[in-house]
Design a protein around this ligand. Structure first.
Ligand SMILES: [Ca+2]
Ligand SMILES: [Ca+2]
Length: 184
């Protein structure tokens, strides 16, 4: 015999409306779409964020912004590392002899990578990398590596603060995401 299912529930809330009701209203549409598509991935990301950068099983909006800034600083530093290692006189500008001296110590693939990065960074193509060119190159690498849609998902965690105390807890997240994961 089939279990009884309250018909009124079905009438009151079709499946799609039920799903939409679970996610916070403040969530940007694009983030909501990404979360609905892969609720398990978002749950992992949010848990890593809270465990890694939160406090006492919760995270604030400010701490999320700090996390994003830390990631950007990491990508910026990574982008500039090879150039900093080539700045033999430490004046912040890379002259062609400095780049050539560093390139001579590298393996063929690393040398090719350094030359490719130099060409990408040398906006005025004069062979020298000036500080503004290095800054622009680093920011372009940050934009490429940090992916706006991933940053939007990190910021989305703040929208799950259902009691509005300024902190999103693991419990608030699992209450909202649990039903989604079950349907997955
Ligand atoms: Ca220099
Ligand atoms: Ca230049």
């Amino acid at each position: 015999m089939r279990a009884h299912f309250p018909l009124l529930l079905l009438l009151a809330a079709p499946a799609a409306a039920q799903e939409a009701a679970i996610l916070p209203a403040a969530l940007p549409a694009e983030a909501a779409e990404a979360i609905l598509a892969r609720p398990d991935r978002f749950a992992d990301l949010a848990a890593d964020l809270i465990h890694g950068h939160g406090q006492d099983g919760a995270i604030t909006r400010e701490a999320i912004e700090t996390t994003i800034a830390l990631d950007r600083a990491f990508f910026r530093t990574r982008a500039l590392r090879a150039f900093h290692e080539s700045d033999l006189d430490g004046d912040g500008t890379l002259a062609p002899p400095e780049l050539a001296a560093r390139a001579a110590t590298l393996s063929a693939p690393a040398r090719a990578r350094l030359m490719r990065q130099r060409d990408a960074a040398d906006a005025d193509a004069d062979g020298t990398l000036a500080p503004p060119e290095l800054r622009a190159f680093a920011e372009a690498e940050v934009a490429r590596a940090s992916r706006p849609q991933d940053e939007a998902l990190l910021r989305a965690v703040a929208s799950f603060d259902s009691d509005a105390d300024g902190r999103t807890t693991l419990a608030e997240l699992s209450r909202a995401l649990g039903p989604l994961a079950a349907n997955d």
